[in-house]
Design a protein around this ligand. Structure first.
Ligand code: ADP
Ligand code: MG
Length: 328
């Protein structure tokens, strides 16, 4: 069941000097209950801006965000239903407040009618659901008494307090010790399953994107350039950018051959890059063109997103030439 529909989402930031910078350009996707979709791409590609727009932290320049089909997007119902886990567990909790306080607040806002005893029980239940036990001890602790992983568990519990339908997790483990990353991702995965959450997992790590999500969307300079079933996109990428990305991350399962091809592609592209970069930024062509080993004349026009396999789309003229049909 589709929970959140995003259509042609566009976000411009005002730029120092003059004009605006388009960080997100006509991005469309849907989040489905009980499923994880990964949003991957290198730093600066616009992933966090998508999340911020969905969390109503930035105002979109264009496009539509719809919750549950026709329901209202503004107002308290949306804010309750769409919750977020931030990247930095050290910055996201107020050091002055106890864990219990962090969890009581969202519970009270959304369940005003509840009596004190119920709220305490609810706090304990939330803490147990993220494996922070004994719950009573944990509720009295302050953030500085907790490890990074424990703090992120609190942040997750806080996001769950309003009983959301959508959870936006923006690089939720990238600031944690490597040794506990999988634990936290496993926790998110279990909570998604148990609560039927629609989970957007933002990461630049293809290996965990593949492992924890059913679908992957690849972002490059504000656009989704490829999307599809995780294994397809990461093991058999069709867009030249995804091919580069997958080859640069051998742990994701990409072959050695892919890595060699990508190295050659990088060399071939380097010569072309600088001269063309200015032109591409100004024009409406494929944004990957300056780095693309397959760049051709058609690429001065924006490529359509074409179907290159079941549930698999690529925004590239190569796919279009190969007989791909318009997406979706
Ligand atoms: P990602 O999360 O993929 O690293 P972001 O969404 O944070 O990407 O940023 C996308 C682009 O928008 C980057 O080029 C970044 O410099 C720019 N950007 C992000 N936030 C702002 C802002 N508040 N004002 C202006 N530009 C911004
Ligand atoms: Mg980011």
């Amino acid at each position: 069941m589709t929970v959140l529909d995003v259509t042609d989402l566009t976000v411009d930031y005002p730029q120092r000097g003059r004009g605006t910078f388009r960080a997100v350009d006509r991005v469309s996707f849907s989040l489905v209950a009980g499923r994880t979709i990964a949003l991957v791409g290198e730093s600066g590609s616009g992933k966090s801006t998508v999340v911020r727009a969905l969390a109503r932290l930035v105002a979109p320049t264009g496009g539509e965000i719809r919750l549950g089909g026709a329901r209202r997007t503004r107002g308290a119902a949306y804010r309750r239903a769409v919750q977020m886990v931030f990247q930095d567990p050290f910055a996201s909790l107020n050091p002055a407040h106890t864990v219990g306080h962090h969890l009581r607040r969202p519970l009270l806002v959304n369940e005003r009618a509840r009596r004190g005893a119920d709220v305490a029980a609810k706090v304990a239940e939330l803490l147990r659901s993220v494996n922070l036990t004994p719950a009573d001890d944990m509720a009295d602790k302050r953030p500085h008494e907790l490890s990074g992983g424990q703090r992120q568990r609190v942040a997750i519990a806080r996001a769950l307090a309003p009983d959301p339908e959508v959870l936006l997790a923006d690089e939720p483990v990238s600031m944690l010790d490597v040794s506990i990353r999988l634990e936290i991702l496993g926790l998110l995965d279990r909570l998604k399953e148990e609560r039927g959450l629609a989970l957007l997992y933002v990461t630049h790590d293809l290996a965990t994107a593949r492992h924890f999500s059913s679908e992957v969307m690849v972002m490059y300079r504000g656009e989704i350039v490829e999307r599809g079933p995780s294994d397809e996109v990461i093991l058999a990428p069709r867009h030249p950018y995804t091919q580069l990305l997958a080859a640069a991350a051998p742990s994701s399962g990409a072959s050695r051959e892919q890595a060699r091809a990508a190295r050659a592609a990088r060399l071939a592209a380097r010569a072309r890059r600088d001269a063309e970069r200015r032109e591409v930024v100004a024009g409406d062509g494929c944004r990957f063109r300056p780095r693309c080993p397959f760049a051709m004349d058609a690429c001065t026009r924006r490529p359509p997103e074409v179907r290159v396999g079941p549930g698999h789309g690529s925004r590239c003229w190569l796919g279009a030439d190969g007989g791909g049909r318009p997406w979706p």
